[in-house]
Design a protein around this ligand. Structure first.
Ligand code: NDP
Length: 299
């Protein structure tokens, strides 16, 4: 009998896998128990009248590739990838990736096409759809991106393609910001003139949109940004989400940002684009986001 790894509580458990015609999807990570992807995808599926299973799949830290192989060989249709495997998923799908995945150097959506594993990165378009939902289309706006890790890299192309007037990357380790800028400018020379990089204290003034792509809020830390950061009616957006305003959102509110938001809408937005890749239909996100927000408050 075949087995696949599913999480039950905090531990992975081997459960017998009964062959079924139901479409099977999962989010793969380590840890993965915290993931809200099953709730989001199940809500999208109900909305679109699609019958599917969506599980949490805990892969051993040294067993990502084997777990992916096992999932697809048992008839699985698609995987979302979360920490710490997005780069491994990128390496597994080289030569069969979207342009967004190539530039991001990370993959969060996997599926098979003609027997070959394919990958895309939907985080950036998820952010973009949420910025638009909030009434802050980046087109012609000056955007400050705080952070130079995987999440920052993943949103660069969609922000540039959306036509932002200027994109400045700042990071606590300034060298990392400069390195990211140089890489992206080399890959996207058509946008080079609109991009720059620097340190947190020299982040500049009067930005229309400030995006916090650092993980600081997870430990209650806001980045050390200067005064005068926000233009009139500017948006402060934290990719981290929580039941209460994050450390970055509190900092931004005190610094005069017109509107503050966390990254829950980005999470739902990236899931919607994964869903569209797998099922060919784009779900509505508003109601699902509202349910998720309610659940987050209740938890
Ligand atoms: P990485 O570990 O790759 O990068 C972390 C970044 O945070 C680095 O730029 C690091 O700076 C910076 N940082 C960490 N702590 C601080 C601090 N106290 N002050 C200033 N800068 C700090 O993480 P990712 O880029 O993958 O993820 C970043 C965040 O984005 C995560 O919290 C993740 O949860 C969130 N995210 C949310 C998504 C969503 O859908 N809402 C999707 C993807 C990510 P340095 O280089 O100097 O160490």
């Amino acid at each position: 009998m075949a087995f696949h790894t599913r999480t039950t509580g905090d531990q992975a458990a081997l459960k017998p896998h009964t062959p079924t015609t139901t479409l099977r999807y999962a989010v793969i990570g380590n840890p993965v128990e915290h993931s809200r992807s099953p709730a989001i995808h199940q809500a999208f599926a109900r909305q679109c009248g699609i019958a599917l299973e969506y599980d949490k799949l805990l892969a051993p830290l040294d067993g990502f590739s084997a777990t992916v192989d096992e999932f697809f060989s048992q008839g699985g249709k698609g995987l979302n990838v979360t920490v710490p495997f997005k780069e491994e998923a990128y390496n597994l799908t080289r030569g069969a990736q979207s342009r967004r995945a190539e530039l991001a150097g990370a993959v969060n959506t996997l599926w098979k096409e003609n027997g070959r594993l394919h990958g895309c990165n939907t985080d950036g378009v998820g952010l973009l759809s949420d910025l638009r939902r909030l009434g802050h289309d980046p087109q012609s706006r000056r955007v400050l991106l705080v952070g130079a890790g995987g999440a920052a890299r993943g949103v660069l192309l969609p922000l540039l393609e959306a036509g932002c007037a200027q994109l400045h990357i700042v990071n606590r380790s300034v060298e990392r910001a400069h390195r990211l800028l140089a890489e992206v400018q080399a890959q996207l020379p058509q946008y080079a003139a609109r991009m720059s990089s620097g340190s947190l204290p020299d982040a500049g003034r009067a930005w229309d949109i400030v995006i916090n792509a650092t993980s600081g809020s997870l430990s209650g830390q806001a980045p050390a940004l200067p005064e005068g950061l926000y233009a009139n009616n500017a948006l402060a957006y934290d990719m981290v989400y929580a039941s209460e305003p994050t450390a970055f959102m509190l900092q931004a509110r005190a610094a005069g940002a017109g509107q503050c938001a966390d990254g829950l809408g980005m999470l739902v937005g990236q899931a919607a684009v994964s869903f569209e890749i797998w099922h060919g239909v784009m779900p509505q996100t508003e109601a699902v986001l509202a349910q998720l927000r309610e659940a987050l408050h209740a938890a």
